[in-house]
Design a protein around this ligand. Sequence first.
Ligand SMILES: C[S@@+](CC[C@H](N)C(=O)[O-])C[C@H]1O[C@@H](n2cnc3c(N)ncnc32)[C@H](O)[C@@H]1O
Length: 207
Amino acid sequence: MSDTSLKEHWNRAWTTQDDTKVSWFQEKPEPSLSLVSRYATDRTAAIVDIGGGASRLVDALLDLGFSDLTVLDLAGSSLKIARQRLGERADTVTWIESDVLKSEPERRFDIWHDRATFHFLTDLADQQRYRYLLDRGLKPGGILILGTFAPDGPEKCSGLPVCRHDSATISHVLGDGYELVETLGNDHLTPAGRTQHFSYSVFRRSR
Ligand SMILES: C[S@@+](CC[C@H](N)C(=O)[O-])C[C@H]1O[C@@H](n2cnc3c(N)ncnc32)[C@H](O)[C@@H]1O
Protein backbone atom coordinates (compact mmCIF):
# COMPACT_ATOMS: atom_id res chain seq x y z
CA MET A 1 0.00 0.00 0.00
CA SER A 2 1.36 3.46 -0.90
CA ASP A 3 2.11 5.97 1.86
CA THR A 4 -0.90 8.10 0.82
CA SER A 5 -3.35 5.23 0.75
CA LEU A 6 -2.13 3.95 4.12
CA LYS A 7 -2.79 7.36 5.63
CA GLU A 8 -6.18 7.48 3.91
CA HIS A 9 -7.02 4.00 5.17
CA TRP A 10 -6.37 5.00 8.76
CA ASN A 11 -8.06 8.38 8.54
CA ARG A 12 -11.11 6.59 7.10
CA ALA A 13 -10.96 3.92 9.82
CA TRP A 14 -11.02 6.63 12.48
CA THR A 15 -13.75 8.78 10.92
CA THR A 16 -16.30 6.36 9.48
CA GLN A 17 -17.23 4.94 12.86
CA ASP A 18 -17.25 6.14 16.42
CA ASP A 19 -13.86 5.68 18.07
CA THR A 20 -15.51 3.55 20.77
CA LYS A 21 -16.68 1.09 18.08
CA VAL A 22 -13.35 0.32 16.41
CA SER A 23 -12.22 -3.27 17.06
CA TRP A 24 -9.15 -2.20 19.03
CA PHE A 25 -11.07 0.13 21.39
CA GLN A 26 -10.39 -0.20 25.10
CA GLU A 27 -12.21 1.80 27.74
CA LYS A 28 -9.47 0.79 30.17
CA PRO A 29 -6.13 0.50 28.37
CA GLU A 30 -4.78 -2.64 30.01
CA PRO A 31 -2.31 -4.21 30.32
CA SER A 32 -0.55 -1.17 28.83
CA LEU A 33 -1.38 1.13 31.75
CA SER A 34 -0.14 -1.30 34.41
CA LEU A 35 3.03 -2.03 32.46
CA VAL A 36 3.89 1.61 31.80
CA SER A 37 3.21 2.56 35.44
CA ARG A 38 5.29 -0.34 36.70
CA TYR A 39 8.33 0.30 34.50
CA ALA A 40 8.35 4.11 34.62
CA THR A 41 10.82 5.09 37.32
CA ASP A 42 8.93 8.29 38.14
CA ARG A 43 6.14 10.57 36.93
CA THR A 44 8.54 12.66 34.82
CA ALA A 45 9.54 9.66 32.67
CA ALA A 46 9.44 10.47 28.96
CA ILE A 47 6.84 8.18 27.40
CA VAL A 48 5.87 7.80 23.75
CA ASP A 49 2.82 5.91 22.48
CA ILE A 50 3.58 4.82 18.92
CA GLY A 51 0.42 4.56 16.79
CA GLY A 52 -1.48 5.68 19.85
CA GLY A 53 -4.35 7.08 17.78
CA ALA A 54 -7.31 7.98 19.95
CA SER A 55 -6.31 5.47 22.66
CA ARG A 56 -7.26 6.41 26.22
CA LEU A 57 -3.81 5.43 27.48
CA VAL A 58 -2.74 9.06 27.38
CA ASP A 59 -5.77 10.12 29.49
CA ALA A 60 -5.04 7.41 32.06
CA LEU A 61 -1.37 8.36 32.27
CA LEU A 62 -2.27 12.04 32.73
CA ASP A 63 -4.68 10.98 35.50
CA LEU A 64 -1.78 9.24 37.24
CA GLY A 65 0.32 12.40 37.04
CA PHE A 66 2.70 11.52 34.20
CA SER A 67 3.90 14.78 32.72
CA ASP A 68 6.04 13.99 29.68
CA LEU A 69 3.79 12.25 27.16
CA THR A 70 4.03 12.02 23.38
CA VAL A 71 1.53 10.37 21.05
CA LEU A 72 2.56 9.63 17.47
CA ASP A 73 0.16 8.49 14.78
CA LEU A 74 -0.09 8.51 11.01
CA ALA A 75 -3.77 9.48 11.17
CA GLY A 76 -4.26 13.10 12.15
CA SER A 77 -7.97 12.40 12.61
CA SER A 78 -7.25 10.01 15.48
CA LEU A 79 -5.08 12.55 17.27
CA LYS A 80 -7.84 15.13 16.82
CA ILE A 81 -10.32 12.81 18.59
CA ALA A 82 -7.94 12.37 21.52
CA ARG A 83 -7.18 16.10 21.73
CA GLN A 84 -10.85 17.04 21.71
CA ARG A 85 -11.60 14.48 24.40
CA LEU A 86 -8.79 15.78 26.61
CA GLY A 87 -9.67 19.46 26.19
CA GLU A 88 -7.13 21.75 27.87
CA ARG A 89 -5.17 18.77 29.14
CA ALA A 90 -4.19 18.04 25.53
CA ASP A 91 -1.89 21.07 25.58
CA THR A 92 0.48 19.27 27.95
CA VAL A 93 0.95 16.38 25.50
CA THR A 94 3.18 16.36 22.40
CA TRP A 95 1.22 15.17 19.34
CA ILE A 96 3.10 13.99 16.27
CA GLU A 97 1.26 13.23 13.05
CA SER A 98 3.65 10.97 11.18
CA ASP A 99 4.35 7.54 9.85
CA VAL A 100 6.57 5.93 12.48
CA LEU A 101 8.87 4.67 9.74
CA LYS A 102 9.27 8.12 8.21
CA SER A 103 10.23 10.28 11.16
CA GLU A 104 13.55 10.24 12.99
CA PRO A 105 12.80 10.74 16.69
CA GLU A 106 13.88 14.21 17.78
CA ARG A 107 14.56 13.04 21.33
CA ARG A 108 14.98 9.89 23.37
CA PHE A 109 12.31 8.34 25.56
CA ASP A 110 12.39 6.30 28.76
CA ILE A 111 9.41 4.23 27.63
CA TRP A 112 8.37 3.35 24.08
CA HIS A 113 4.87 1.83 24.02
CA ASP A 114 3.20 0.33 20.97
CA ARG A 115 -0.09 -1.55 21.01
CA ALA A 116 -1.23 -2.91 17.68
CA THR A 117 0.92 -0.81 15.37
CA PHE A 118 4.17 -2.74 15.02
CA HIS A 119 2.15 -5.79 13.92
CA PHE A 120 1.20 -4.04 10.66
CA LEU A 121 4.83 -4.20 9.60
CA THR A 122 4.79 -7.39 7.56
CA ASP A 123 7.98 -6.68 5.58
CA LEU A 124 11.26 -7.57 7.21
CA ALA A 125 12.80 -4.34 5.89
CA ASP A 126 10.07 -2.30 7.64
CA GLN A 127 10.59 -4.22 10.89
CA GLN A 128 14.31 -3.49 10.65
CA ARG A 129 13.63 0.19 9.98
CA TYR A 130 11.40 0.24 13.10
CA ARG A 131 14.24 -1.34 15.07
CA TYR A 132 16.65 1.33 13.76
CA LEU A 133 14.27 4.12 14.81
CA LEU A 134 13.73 2.48 18.19
CA ASP A 135 17.49 2.66 18.71
CA ARG A 136 17.33 6.38 17.92
CA GLY A 137 14.33 7.03 20.14
CA LEU A 138 14.82 4.89 23.24
CA LYS A 139 17.39 5.74 25.90
CA PRO A 140 19.90 3.07 26.92
CA GLY A 141 18.24 1.38 29.89
CA GLY A 142 14.84 2.40 28.48
CA ILE A 143 11.83 0.13 28.24
CA LEU A 144 10.02 -1.13 25.14
CA ILE A 145 6.43 -2.35 25.64
CA LEU A 146 5.09 -4.01 22.52
CA GLY A 147 1.57 -5.44 22.20
CA THR A 148 0.75 -7.36 19.02
CA PHE A 149 -1.68 -10.03 17.90
CA ALA A 150 -0.39 -13.33 19.29
CA PRO A 151 0.56 -16.29 17.04
CA ASP A 152 -3.01 -17.61 17.51
CA GLY A 153 -4.55 -14.15 17.08
CA PRO A 154 -6.37 -12.75 14.02
CA GLU A 155 -4.56 -12.59 10.69
CA LYS A 156 -5.94 -9.13 9.94
CA CYS A 157 -6.55 -5.94 11.85
CA SER A 158 -8.66 -3.11 10.41
CA GLY A 159 -8.78 -5.19 7.20
CA LEU A 160 -4.99 -5.12 6.82
CA PRO A 161 -2.70 -8.16 7.07
CA VAL A 162 -0.61 -8.33 10.21
CA CYS A 163 2.45 -10.20 11.35
CA ARG A 164 1.58 -12.08 14.53
CA HIS A 165 4.26 -12.22 17.19
CA ASP A 166 5.40 -13.57 20.51
CA SER A 167 8.46 -12.52 22.48
CA ALA A 168 10.68 -14.92 20.50
CA THR A 169 9.86 -13.40 17.11
CA ILE A 170 10.23 -9.89 18.51
CA SER A 171 13.57 -10.81 20.10
CA HIS A 172 14.62 -11.99 16.67
CA VAL A 173 13.76 -8.60 15.13
CA LEU A 174 15.43 -6.66 17.94
CA GLY A 175 18.62 -8.73 18.06
CA ASP A 176 21.40 -7.80 20.45
CA GLY A 177 20.97 -4.90 22.81
CA TYR A 178 17.45 -5.69 24.03
CA GLU A 179 16.83 -7.94 27.01
CA LEU A 180 13.41 -9.55 27.48
CA VAL A 181 12.13 -8.78 30.97
CA GLU A 182 8.51 -9.86 30.80
CA THR A 183 5.98 -11.41 28.48
CA LEU A 184 2.26 -11.89 28.91
CA GLY A 185 -0.80 -12.89 26.94
CA ASN A 186 -3.95 -10.82 26.87
CA ASP A 187 -7.46 -11.47 25.58
CA HIS A 188 -9.00 -8.34 24.09
CA LEU A 189 -12.79 -8.28 23.79
CA THR A 190 -13.75 -6.14 20.80
CA PRO A 191 -16.84 -3.88 20.93
CA ALA A 192 -18.49 -6.42 18.57
CA GLY A 193 -17.93 -9.13 21.19
CA ARG A 194 -15.05 -11.05 19.58
CA THR A 195 -11.99 -12.16 21.52
CA GLN A 196 -8.57 -11.36 20.08
CA HIS A 197 -5.42 -12.92 21.51
CA PHE A 198 -2.65 -10.40 22.08
CA SER A 199 0.91 -10.97 23.18
CA TYR A 200 2.77 -8.29 25.16
CA SER A 201 6.52 -8.22 25.51
CA VAL A 202 8.62 -5.91 27.64
CA PHE A 203 12.28 -5.39 26.76
CA ARG A 204 14.99 -3.31 28.37
CA ARG A 205 17.50 -1.67 26.09
CA SER A 206 20.80 -2.77 27.51
CA ARG A 207 23.13 -0.49 25.55
C1 LIG B 1 -5.10 -0.90 15.58
S1 LIG B 1 -4.89 0.80 15.86
C2 LIG B 1 -4.29 0.83 17.56
C3 LIG B 1 -4.44 2.20 18.18
C4 LIG B 1 -3.94 2.28 19.62
N1 LIG B 1 -2.55 1.91 19.73
C5 LIG B 1 -4.78 1.44 20.55
O1 LIG B 1 -4.27 0.48 21.11
O2 LIG B 1 -5.95 1.78 20.72
C6 LIG B 1 -3.39 1.12 14.96
C7 LIG B 1 -2.96 2.57 14.96
O3 LIG B 1 -1.71 2.68 14.35
C8 LIG B 1 -1.71 3.76 13.45
N2 LIG B 1 -0.71 3.43 12.41
C9 LIG B 1 -0.77 2.42 11.52
N3 LIG B 1 0.37 2.38 10.80
C10 LIG B 1 1.15 3.38 11.27
C11 LIG B 1 2.44 3.87 10.92
N4 LIG B 1 3.16 3.30 9.96
N5 LIG B 1 2.93 4.93 11.61
C12 LIG B 1 2.20 5.52 12.59
N6 LIG B 1 0.98 5.11 12.96
C13 LIG B 1 0.46 4.05 12.30
C14 LIG B 1 -3.13 3.85 12.96
O4 LIG B 1 -3.46 5.13 12.48
C15 LIG B 1 -3.90 3.49 14.22
O5 LIG B 1 -4.18 4.62 14.99
